[in-house]
Design a protein around this ligand. Sequence first.
Ligand code: ADP
Ligand code: ASP
Ligand code: MG
Length: 443
Amino acid sequence: MRVLKFGGTSVGSPERMHQVTQLINDGVQKIVVLSAVSGTTNSLVEINTAYRQEGNKAAHQLIDQLEAKYYPFIKALYKSEKALAKGTTLVKERFDLLRSFDTATFDGDDEKIILAQGELISTHLFLYYAQEVGLDAALIPALEFMRTEEGEPDLPYIKNALKQTLKQIPSAQIYITQGYICKNEKGAVDNLRRGGSDYTATLLGAASDADEIQIWTDIDGVHNNDPRIVKNTQPINELSFAEAAELAYFGAKILHPSCVLPAQKEGVPVKLLNTMDPKATGTIISRNTAPAKGIAKAVAAKDGITAIRIISTRMLNAYGFLKRVFEVFENYKTPIDMITTSEVAVSLTIDDDANLAAIKKELTAFGDVEITPNQTIICVVGQFTQEQAGAAIKVLHPIQHLPLRMISGGGSKSNISILLDTQYKKEALVALHKGLFAAAAHA
Ligand code: ADP
Ligand code: ASP
Ligand code: MG
């Protein structure tokens, strides 16, 4: 089995969908995971906000606008009247559902059902086209087998349920399914958070003993810096699972933060490929990667970080202090990203500040607490073994003119992280690119 995932832009127009059918028609049995048509999930988020804050009329206006985009889409997608009729019925049915909610009773479960419609629409429209052009394709509904338990995917359940689903249509060549959406332990519709289709793909790759997972997107693989911010970034041909996991977690938008883990666990190679340029090498993430040339391989940045410093003389020579500090974060289900300590203080960062006030209150029991919002973690990924001299200097040298709030290295061999105020992010990414990669690119 092979798993191929196509992102929003890759299914973002009728022409792209036509092209995807060509890319998947190679005789290999596969699961094809699709995102929503690009822009749709953002519109669904706006529809939710309208239902919550403005009322039915405002929500319906946005729904009508989104629906109007789908009719020219399906007209250009299909050749036959029969397929067009099926597409039209599907679009009407899904948008009638979107209109059926009511501000007066609107809740979180309704929100999740609305967010799921993007992938439900794209997969059905694509299936009708694939069948129209004669592919041996069948739809396997993600809500039958994708399941979370307390917000995290339940891989053993997924494995078993996927097997049962595939058993019902054993001979199909192409299984089409929805990325992003799932059911939770209560049986309610849920999702794997924004960008979650990547995660669906790697979970299905791990669950089906796939020989390869391919993530098709709108760029030729993972670049060595954020191409939205820095000019002349370069694709990286090979990454280890650890390197890719760090980049994904610390902000490289091309990969969902958790999506590397299932593939890493099962050792399934992940390829990142460009739908607009299918012949480009892209990136392969696997166990067999070549060590980094030079010291650093790539840089990524994660915004929306809050730094918390706890200053306490009770830390001096005391054991159990950090445990009690961590318990506070555990109680509020708030993950810690970075941590640095000194003799009398500990600094750490969180990106989920939903419970910040309560956390701060509890931490004051340990000492003085300082909170600094609007921080960015810059993560430099490479091979930083302890035998290597000068790695930290090389990483910090290009940003010596910027004020750094925290520096963390040695946690893993593949990451040095820096925390700074978000106002310096762009400058830091550009300077790091120049200092770490520009010379190598011209060598
Ligand atoms: P998809 O809809 O296919 O999932 P995304 O928009 O989620 O695509 O991810 C691809 C985008 O990620 C690229 O177009 C690029 O702008 C952005 N991106 C951010 N950081 C990186 C990086 N390090 N390498 C490649 N792309 C990146
Ligand atoms: N459609 C979802 C999103 O936009 C999932 C994805 O594209 O990966 O976040
Ligand atoms: Mg994405």
